[in-house]
Design a protein around this ligand. Structure first.
Ligand SMILES: [Zn+2]
Length: 89
C-alpha cells in the first residue's frame, strides 16, 4: 500500500512569504490579465510602479501601493508620458 497518493496534492503555489520586502505588504496594480494568470500560476508580475510581486488572492488585506495608485490615476496616456520621461532622464 502506498501512502503518497492522497497527501501529496500541491497547488503548485510557492509559499513566498518574505519578512523583508515591502512589496508583499502592498496591493499593486498591474494588467488584469497578467494578475489573473499570476494568481493561478503563482508567478510574479511587474506592477505599474515597477515592482515585481506575486499578487495576493486577497488584495483587500493590503493597502494599495501609493505609487501604483498614482500611476493608475494618471491613466494609460499619463503613464506612457511618465515612463517616457523617466527613461529620458
Ligand atoms: Zn506598486
Amino acid at each position: 500500500m502506498t501512502s503518497t497518493g492522497t497527501e501529496t496534492i500541491t497547488t503548485g503555489r510557492p509559499d513566498l512569504r518574505t519578512d523583508d520586502g515591502d512589496h508583499e505588504r502592498f496591493a499593486h496594480f498591474a494588467e488584469r490579465d497578467k494578475v489573473t494568470e499570476a494568481m493561478v500560476m503563482g508567478t510574479p508580475v511587474i506592477a505599474l510602479c515597477g515592482k515585481v510581486w506575486v499578487p495576493s488572492r486577497d488584495p483587500k488585506k493590503y493597502p494599495v501601493c501609493p505609487e501604483c495608485q498614482r500611476l493608475y490615476d494618471l491613466g494609460a496616456e499619463g503613464r506612457m508620458e511618465e515612463w517616457k520621461a523617466r527613461q529620458e532622464s
